[in-house]
Design a protein. Sequence first.
Length: 55
Amino acid sequence: MRIYLDNCCYNRPFDEQTSVTIRLETDAKLQIQEMIRCGELELCWSFILDSLLST
């Protein structure tokens, strides 16, 4: 399954973790990231991200 992660989720682990909502979102992002690393999910992104990363 392909999955797209919005830019805002990449910084979620670096946000203040005292809020339950932020902590749950962080845990979800890290779990999804691990699933991508293990090959269970395929990360896709837009061409806009490519242009932002190459500058």
